[in-house]
Ligand binder design. Structure first.
Ligand SMILES: C=CC1=C(C)c2cc3[nH]c(cc4nc(cc5[nH]c(cc1n2)c(C)c5CCC(=O)O)C(CCC(=O)O)=C4C)c(C)c3C=C
Ligand SMILES: [Fe+2]
Ligand SMILES: [Fe+2]
Length: 365
């Protein structure tokens, strides 16, 4: 692919804003809770070879021949139940997180520009990186909003940045945060959010931690996702002082016919209720923000399944969203990964230029 034309250098001109940026990336979401918008979104999402790892031609035939005929309308109806006046919850939260992150980083004395982008749909990663460059950004720290690394999520964000890089002439310096599943601040924020929920709504007899699933095959192929989910679960249980039997990790959102990571969330809840458990709390620590998968699949469908099987109380613990402890943990995480990059003073190159100019001006006089 040819390099696209770029704006000419503004020789030595200092950028108006900060020249270091943090790019907060999440999965993406449809533009509207309609079948047409879902068809566009799912066609892009599910054609990503990081997400569905089966031979491309076979899969594209199934995707366009079957899945994109049925699923968009069904999924649109689900999205409609969680849609907000400002749009999809995932987008609303991610926008808010980016704004807040800029503030929390500022509080730590870091002058950086924080932008958000979505892997699928809008705002796209490539367009956002182009916009940052136009604003004078020379360094970008990419922060995929996935605590646990997986090929389907984190690596796919990195793919997208790399694709943009392949057709960009003057690249910014790039860094990536691959994971924060065991980050102490992140675990403490999750634990605080559970304790706050217990104080607000009372405490269930068990804490179920539900993570988004992946095909089990990906575990055997070396994807660290399963392992990182279990570690987050163990650390959160430890932080809360939970004993064995008081908590469990499960996997939700199975897609397709293959075996996914087990135990599955909804069947586990049904089994627990049938076994006599009356009250459960559910948290989704794999999601940085509430979205369809938490608000509809867990707080509506899984709740109904648990209550329908004899459970009496289902406590849903929201994702960290804009929780101050979660935001502070993200800011501290970003700060560590920004080490060595200029984030407060003008860039040393800029200072050197200013000195050179001052000297040149002095020599002329
Ligand atoms: C948090 C980590 C996620 C992993 C890992 C993940 C893997 C994965 N997902 C699908 C298929 C679908 N996921 C869908 C929605 C969705 N998935 C995540 C996160 C992870 N996915 C989020 C945050 C969301 C919600 C998006 C929103 O708009 O709120 C959907 C779309 C919804 C639907 O039609 O049901 C699909 C499909 C696969 C196949 C996969 C791993 C291989
Ligand atoms: Fe997903
Ligand atoms: Fe789902």
């Amino acid at each position: 692919m040819p390099f696209l034309p770029e704006p000419p250098h503004r020789h030595g001109a200092a950028p108006a804003g900060p020249d270091t940026a943090v790019l907060l990336c999440n999965l993406g979401t449809p533009d509207a809770p309609t079948a047409a918008a879902l068809r566009r979104y799912l066609a892009q999402f599910l054609a990503d070879p990081r997400v569905v790892e089966i031979p491309k031609l076979v899969w594209l035939a199934i995707l366009h021949g079957i899945i994109l005929r049925v699923r968009p309308a069904k999924s649109a109806a689900k999205y409609a139940t969680v849609w907000t006046p400002d749009g999809s919850p995932l987008k609303v939260w991610t926008e808010k997180q980016a704004k807040l992150l800029q503030g929390y980083l500022g509080e730590r004395g870091l002058r950086v520009r924080v932008a958000m982008a979505m892997r699928y749909g809008q705002p796209a990663i490539a367009a956002t990186l182009d916009a940052l460059k136009r604003e004078g950004v020379r360094r970008v720290l990419v922060l995929p909003a996935y605590p646990q690394y997986s090929g389907a999520t984190t690596a796919s964000v990195i793919d997208d940045v790399a694709r943009w890089a392949l057709q960009t002439r003057h690249l910014p310096e790039l860094r990536f945060i691959n994971r924060y599943h065991d980050d102490a601040g992140h675990i403490a924020a999750l634990a605080q959010s559970v304790r706050e929920h217990w104080q607000r709504e009372g405490r269930g007899d068990k804490l179920l931690m539900s993570f988004h699933g992946m095909p089990e095959r990906t575990l055997h192929l070396g994807d660290p996702y399963h392992c990182e989910c279990l570690k987050t679960g163990r650390l959160l249980a430890e932080a809360l002082g939970l004993k064995d039997g008081e908590w469990l990790v499960t996997f939700q959102s199975r897609f397709g016919k293959a075996k996914w990571l087990t135990p599955y969330t909804e069947p586990s809840l049904v089994k627990l209720a049938q076994g006599g458990l009356k009250s459960v709390d559910v948290i989704c620590p794999g999601f940085a923000a509430d979205c369809l998968e938490t608000l509809e699949e867990i707080n509506q469908e899984a709740r109904a399944a648990f209550l329908g099987a004899g459970g009496q109380r289902f406590g849903y613990i929201p994702c960290l969203n804009d929780h101050p402890a979660g935001m502070r943990a993200l800011a501290a995480l970003a700060e560590r990964h920004l080490q060595g990059w200029p984030t407060d003073a003008p860039h040393p190159d800029t200072l050197a230029l200013q000195r050179q100019r001052a000297m040149a001006a002095g020599a002329k006089e």
